[in-house]
Design a protein around this ligand. Structure first.
Ligand code: MTE
Ligand code: MO
Length: 325
């Protein structure tokens, strides 16, 4: 449902799915008799019931795209969902319980800036409209030198870019996390430049690897992993993968990311994984595989050079530091 449309609203290619085959989640719920108290009761019930009910609603699990393979075991689900970075809820890794206060459904997302028509719509409807749901196995490398490998569910970010129909002059996609200090007490810490912001060039945003995740381990994202929609850019350090997005802005100005604004000498705009560029506090040659006690060498572009190296070569970047800062 389009709640607000600043300019004339036209159906894009992706949105022009015939009504007969297009059913958003709420319509589906209604059709399946899940609306009202019944579902509320199911969701309030024991964890098992809640997660299986949620999985059924969103059509999970999504079919896996076998093009993306791992060179390591999938990280234990409990590790990946209880050891998380989400500074809005505190700087500790153990904040997952605190994120329960966040209400991630319904969730309003705005697409604005240099686009044909600015719009505000529900996250579920956005994903339905942009289409292309699938599951992908990706490595994830945090700049703090821990890493994981997880199955994400979601849609290619390129599909959102196509759906938004940016103007030819748009060069960057800026993304923003929700702002609500009552729900997220970390946002009361005024020395941080809230809200969390991240940015990509349009080339990066339309690279085949850039992914908008709505789920993990075949189920909708738990709040702590960035529900209901978060970015995943596996060739970049984890801080680029902004969680719980409320705004996508197309712009011709390079966005200043949250961490870049805080400490540009430690966190660059590009932030491509590069074992040769040491971070002032964490050596980057190796990484700790979450939940295993194992340490393995870190790879250039986190092992995704095949998909992204050409993009940077085309920019004529020769100094590897420029791929990080
Ligand atoms: N809004 C927001 N997004 C964020 C962060 C954050 O603190 N706030 N942390 C980032 C960092 S540093 C990493 S490593 C990943 C962690 O994702 P995960 O907790 O799902 O593993 O989220 C990134 N996205
Ligand atoms: Mo990170």
């Amino acid at each position: 449902m389009v709640i607000k449309s600043k300019r004339s609203w036209e159906l894009s290619e992706a949105a022009a799915t015939p009504e007969a085959v297009y059913m958003n989640r709420r319509q589906w719920l209604k059709a399946a008799g899940f609306t009202g108290l019944g579902l509320g009761a199911a969701l309030a019930g024991p964890g098992f019931l809640a997660s299986s009910a949620l999985a059924a609603i969103g059509g999970y699990p999504f079919a896996r795209n076998e093009a993306y393979t791992l060179d390591r075991a999938i990280t234990d689900e409990e590790e990946a969902t209880t050891y998380t970075n989400f500074y809005e809820f505190g700087s500790s890794k153990n904040i997952w319980k605190k994120t329960r206060k966040m209400k991630s459904d319904p969730w309003t997302v705005t697409i604005d800036g240099m686009v044909e028509a600015e719009m505000t719509l529900d996250a579920t409807d956005l994903v339905d409209r942009i289409g292309g749901t699938e599951e992908r196995l990706y490595r994830h490398r945090c700049v703090e030198a821990w890493s994981m490998a997880v199955p994400w569910s979601g849609v290619p970010l390129a599909n959102l870019v196509k759906f938004a129909r940016p103007a030819a002059g748009a060069k960057y996609l800026r993304m923003e996390t929700f702002m609500d200090p009552v729900v997220a007490p970390g946002q009361k810490q005024s020395w941080y430049p809230w809200p969390y912001v991240e940015g990509l060039t349009i080339d990066e945003a339309t690279n085949e690897l850039a992914f908008l995740a709505t789920g993990i381990y075949g189920k909708p994202l738990p709040n702590q992993n960035g529900a209901p929609i978060r970015l995943v850019t596996p060739w970049k350090y984890g801080f680029k993968s902004i969680k719980s997005i409320v705004r996508f802005t197309f712009t011709d100005e390079r966005p200043v990311s949250f961490w870049e604004q805080l400490a540009g000498n430690e966190y660059g705009f590009w932030a491509n994984v590069n074992p040769g560029i040491p971070h002032p506090r964490w050596p980057q040659r190796t990484e700790r595989l979450l939940g295993t006690g194992q340490r393995v060498p870190t790879q250039m572009y986190n092992g995704y050079g095949e998909q992204v190296a050409e993009m940077y070569a085309a920019l004529g970047i020769t100094d590897p530091r420029e791929l990080y800062y």
